[in-house]
Design a protein around this ligand. Structure first.
Ligand SMILES: NC(=O)c1ccc[n+]([C@@H]2O[C@H](COP(=O)([O-])OP(=O)(O)OC[C@H]3O[C@@H](n4cnc5c(N)ncnc54)[C@H](OP(=O)(O)O)[C@@H]3O)[C@@H](O)[C@H]2O)c1
Length: 197
C-alpha cells in the first residue's frame, strides 16, 4: 500500500515508519524535520500535500499538539491550540484527503489514553482526544467507496514518560504502540477506537 505517515519524525510516528516501511510504500511527512513537510493546522498546507502526492491507499496521523496544564491556568489560546491543531488538524486530514484516498483505503488518526484515563492537568488534551474518538465513530458511517476510518489511542509511551521524568513502568514500549497502527492499517475494522496498551 502507498501510505502517508504524518508525524513521521516523532516518537510514535518514527516507530510506525519502522514497523511498516519494509512492506508498504511509506511517504513520511512532519511539520518541519522530515523530507516532506505539512502543517495540519493549515488547510491549505493539507491540500497541497494531497495534490503533490496524488492518490494514496492510506493516511496515518501520529501528530497533533494540545496543551497540558492545570485547568485554572489554561488560557483561551491554550484550549484553541488543541482544538485547531490536534482535533481539527486531524479532522481536516479526513475532510480534505477523502477524495485522494483510493477505494477501500483508510484513515488512522491518533487520540490517547487521557480521553478515558484523565489526570491532573489533562483537561485540554482529554477534551480533544474524546472529540477525535467521537468524530471517528460518526465519520465511519459516512465514508464512501469502502474507505475505513479508525483512531489509535496510545497509552503513555515509555520514552515519553522518561523524557518527562515520569514513572516509565506505567508506559508501553513504542514498538507495541506502533503494532496497533499496523493492525488497524492492515485489518478490516472501521469506526473503532483501538487501544494501544
Ligand atoms: N508519546 C506518548 O506517550 C503519547 C501517548 C498518547 C498519545 N500521544 C499522541 O500521539 C501523537 C504523537 O505523539 P509523539 O509523542 O510521537 O509526538 P512527538 O514525538 O512530539 O512528535 C510529533 C510529530 O508531529 C509532527 N508535528 C507537530 N506539529 C505538526 C503540525 N502542525 N503538522 C504536521 N505535523 C506536526 C512533528 O513534526 P516535526 O518533528 O517536524 O516538528 C513530529 O513528527 C500526539 O498527538 C500525542 O498527543 C502520544
Amino acid at each position: 500500500m502507498k501510505v502517508i505517515v504524518i508525524g513521521a519524525t516523532g516518537t510514535i510516528g518514527s516507530a510506525i515508519v519502522r514497523a511498516i516501511g519494509h512492506r508498504h510504500e511509506v511517504i513520511p511527512f512532519s511539520h518541519s524535520k522530515s523530507v516532506n513537510n505539512v502543517d495540519i493546522a493549515d488547510t491549505a498546507s493539507i491540500s497541497e500535500m494531497f495534490e503533490a502526492i496524488g492518490p494514496v491507499d492510506s493516511v496515518i496521523s501520529a501528530a497533533g499538539l494540545a496543551k497540558f496544564g492545570p485547568m485554572t491556568l489554561l488560557t483561551d489560546a491554550d484550549f484553541a491550540l488543541g482544538l485547531n491543531n490536534k482535533l481539527m488538524g486531524q479532522v481536516n486530514l479526513v475532510r480534505f484527503g477523502m477524495d485522494h484516498i483510493r477505494d477501500n483505503g483508510s484513515f488512522t488518526l491518533t487520540s490517547g489514553i487521557l480521553s478515558r484515563k484523565p489526570m491532573n492537568g489533562s483537561t485540554a488534551i482529554s477534551l480533544v482526544n474524546s472529540a477525535i474518538e467521537g468524530f471517528v465513530r460518526a465519520a465511519a458511517l459516512e465514508m464512501p467507496r469502502g474507505i475505513r476510518i479508525n483512531v489509535v489511542s496510545p497509552n503513555w509511551v515509555v520514552d515519553t514518560l522518561e523524557a518527562f521524568n515520569m514513572d516509565p513502568s506505567i508506559g508501553t514500549p513504542v514498538e507495541v504502540v506502533a503494532r496497533a497502527y499496523v493492525k488497524v492499517l492492515e485489518g478490516t475494522m472501521n469506526g473503532e477506537v483501538f487501544d494501544a496498551i
